[in-house]
Design a protein around this ligand. Sequence first.
Ligand SMILES: Cc1cc2nc3c(=O)[nH]c(=O)nc-3n(C[C@H](O)[C@H](O)[C@H](O)COP(=O)(O)OP(=O)(O)OC[C@H]3O[C@@H](n4cnc5c(N)ncnc54)[C@H](O)[C@@H]3O)c2cc1C
Length: 402
Amino acid sequence: MPDKVDVLVAGGGPVGAVLARALREGGLVTVLAESGEPRAAGAAPRGATHPSAETPSRPPFRPPFRPPFRPIALSHGSTVLLGATGVLGALTLTPIRSIHVSQAAGFGRVLIKAQDLGAAALGWVTDLASLADALLHAASDVRIAARVTRWEATADAVRVCLDGGREIDTQLLVLADGGQTSGDDLSVRDYGQAAIVATVCAARPQEGAAWERFTDEGPLALLPFGDRHALVWSVRATRAPSLLAAADATFLADLGRSFGRRLGEFTEVGARVGFPLALRFRRATAVAPRVVAIGNAAQTLHPVAGQGLNLGLRDAFELAALIGRAGSAALARGGIATAFAAQRRADRYASIGITDGLIRAFGIDHPLAAAARGAGLATLDLVPAARRFLARRFVFGLRAIP
Ligand SMILES: Cc1cc2nc3c(=O)[nH]c(=O)nc-3n(C[C@H](O)[C@H](O)[C@H](O)COP(=O)(O)OP(=O)(O)OC[C@H]3O[C@@H](n4cnc5c(N)ncnc54)[C@H](O)[C@@H]3O)c2cc1C
């Protein structure tokens, strides 16, 4: 590895890995610093249901009930962006054909269908660990197994220190560390919620519907996942430990009470994992003149509406495109960080505002608020243009790229 590079990416999660690969494709001298190893090839679940090669005759995909297996909803827009990486063919992707949004506290619901956009699917559910492994493999030729321990930005370059004592000078440092580093421009809102993630079976099999039900503790999402449902259930943080430890039958009964009977009885649950939930974002993604943050390092969102990774992937692809347009001479001059921050501002603040706004609006425990929300959902459901707007936002983000 050289001691002077064009771009150093700190963090090889899905967002950092996709950026590093795109920059290397563009001919830039790139290093990806990531100390975690991808799982051994073959550990990822297989059974490809690829957007462009869906095979209905294939036997239904049965996701294992054990972690590390974390369902994640990729918007249709993200699968288009990821198409160029060639990793999708190795993944199992379950289509989301409709999204049903409702509230436990009252009336009103909105149903968004893929047909509203004339698309086959609004998005796809896959396993985050398999996606991350595949992307890290795809960037393996620029990866070094190291952690960034410190960096110092000057007018001409950033000196990056790695564990083991090595130092690399880079024209641009991209923080893609998932929000591991702190900073004095961080805004944090603790929602007092935790998400419980598991796969579940219900009397009614999944038929391509994603369900988002707002309860008094937080949103409860069920996503189609292989032949099961993937659960992302936001509950009060104080209640999460007892739900994680509960006997399966108790857990399933509690889940049924919160979700209702639309899928019939819940019959089986796999291993459960809990995640504390908070909004955490940098007011400026240009951390220093030659340093930018992307993905969760720039903003960690509540998982409601499945926006975090989709937004992070747009960060990565837009940064790669910006650097590609500007060229390595512009990289050497500096200025990429501020241009990127300005370009991404609207999309990231819209995503932060929508996810935070949903949690706050549905968190107001008052009959009048429930009635207003119900009226809002019912109105959205009746107005096709409003449904299309929501669908486009889910699929492509604010800027509707690509
Ligand atoms: C319960 C839950 C459900 C979710 N569901 C969805 C969904 O359906 N759709 C969606 O779009 N998003 C969803 N998200 C959000 C999504 O998981 C994240 O936005 C995404 O995984 C972040 O990816 P990343 O690459 O930015 O960070 P990470 O995946 O956290 O990767 C960061 C990487 O940086 C490395 N690292 C850390 N520090 C250093 C360092 N100093 N030097 C070098 N490397 C370092 C780490 O080893 C790690 O590999 C969900 C989140 C939660 C909690």
